[in-house]
Design a protein around this ligand. Sequence first.
Ligand SMILES: Nc1ncnc2c1ncn2[C@@H]1O[C@H](COP(=O)(O)OP(=O)(O)OP(=O)(O)O)[C@@H](O)[C@H]1O
Ligand SMILES: [Mg+2]
Length: 356
Amino acid sequence: MRQPVPEEINQVHQAGSTLHDGELHFRRLLEKLPAGAYTCDPEGLITYFNQHAVRLWGRAPKLNDPVDRFCGSFKLFAVDGSPIAHNQCWMALALESNEGYNKREIVIERPGGERLSALAHANPIHDESGNLIGAVNVLVDITERKRAEEELRMVREAERSRIARDLHDGVLQDLAAVVQGLEAARMEQKTRFEGYDTDLHREIDTLRQAASKLRRAVYDLRSEKPPPFLQAIESLVEVNLQRAPECEVKLEVQDDFPHEIPDETGRELLRIVQEALTNARCHSEARNVRIGLEVEGADSLVVEVADDGLGFNPASADSGVGIEGMRERVSLLGGDMAIRSEIGKRTLVRVRVPCP
Ligand SMILES: Nc1ncnc2c1ncn2[C@@H]1O[C@H](COP(=O)(O)OP(=O)(O)OP(=O)(O)O)[C@@H](O)[C@H]1O
Ligand SMILES: [Mg+2]
């Protein structure tokens, strides 16, 4: 809402003033500026403003009036929405510090509540001897530009969300279904021929990796962070409980265990826990499984998966790809892994990796 500009505003302060030529010339220049401009004396009293300033402020302050010190706006805010007192505005700072402040974004509130964005350029003015005699502030209205930018941002955001949704609900679900189907085929092959095709196993792994890369891309598109490590472990526990409700899975996390683990380490540890859990579910007939996450010493993370099932002999077990893969992952992280098992009693998989 624009307030009418009183015609006489600019004459008011000029009538009866004793401006010398230089100052008059300066003000005429400001008058021609396609931006709001005003000057203050060293005390912050407004000594001049042009009509653009009145349009921006939505009001015309009185000149040389202590009511409107430093700025003629009704209210001022920072970009983050926090209020700025007039004696803290850029004009006030320019006068106080005798330094220029340029391209500083501010939000001006008009008396009717409408808010505008502007770039303030507040600079001190000196006389021939270098004494501070006031300051000038040029306010460039960037409201329309900001609105256009915001609209563009929203359009982009909506487009990114649409692509993310398509990828997530379409391609990712298809990939998951293929992995599931291949996994089922592999299990059947394994029970029928008491062995399995390592090529197939590798292909499944590659597909899984592709799915997880795609999921990451979806997170990026949505500008979201992937769930932190603990959240992912909790989801894993949930999935296992659904698949084998007869087996209780307990997650014990030491208080100081980090909630966020950097990407690669977190991802590998998750895979290790996933395989150990799957083994416990598929081979042990355990009633209870415990996942323990701890910090050891100053610089190690320890992840344990323990079950109270059938147990096996790790030394002579027909080592499948699962345990082998766990070992490889642990060694890539520079850690070590131990499997302790007692036939008929329990199995414990203990992995220790350096804190990333
Ligand atoms: N928690 C466990 N309890 C009992 N036996 C286990 C346990 N973990 C592993 N085993 C035994 O060790 C073997 C090797 O495990 P590994 O994970 O390497 O292969 P897999 O589970 O048989 O196949 P894959 O993981 O490739 O699908 C298993 O077949 C099983 O006999
Ligand atoms: Mg396995």
